[in-house]
Design a binder for this molecule. Structure first.
Ligand SMILES: [Zn+2]
Length: 81
């Protein structure tokens, strides 16, 4: 499926290109993995298991949801023990 993306450069986009994205944490998945969104352009990324940022696709979002549940269960078990 190919859609032709319209390139319109807003001020936020220029800020991101020149200064880098301004990521804010939108969700803590585990101690080492977070999801972020750029407060300027809205681009969403997440850390993968190697610690690198990658674009947050629906597939990764779903995987992170499972991971977060698993991680919280693990934490609860540790604190309960
Ligand atoms: Zn940005």
């Amino acid at each position: 499926m190919h859609s032709s993306p319209k390139k319109h450069f807003t001020l936020s986009t220029i800020v991101c290109v020149t200064m880098g994205h301004d990521y804010i944490i939108t969700r803590k998945v585990t101690n080492h993995i977070n999801e972020y969104r750029c407060s300027h352009c809205g681009r969403e990324v997440a850390e993968n298991d190697k610690g690198y940022l990658e674009p947050l696709t629906q597939k990764i979002r779903n995987a992170n949801s499972s991971l977060a549940v698993f991680f919280q269960k693990k934490c609860n078990r540790v604190t309960a023990a």
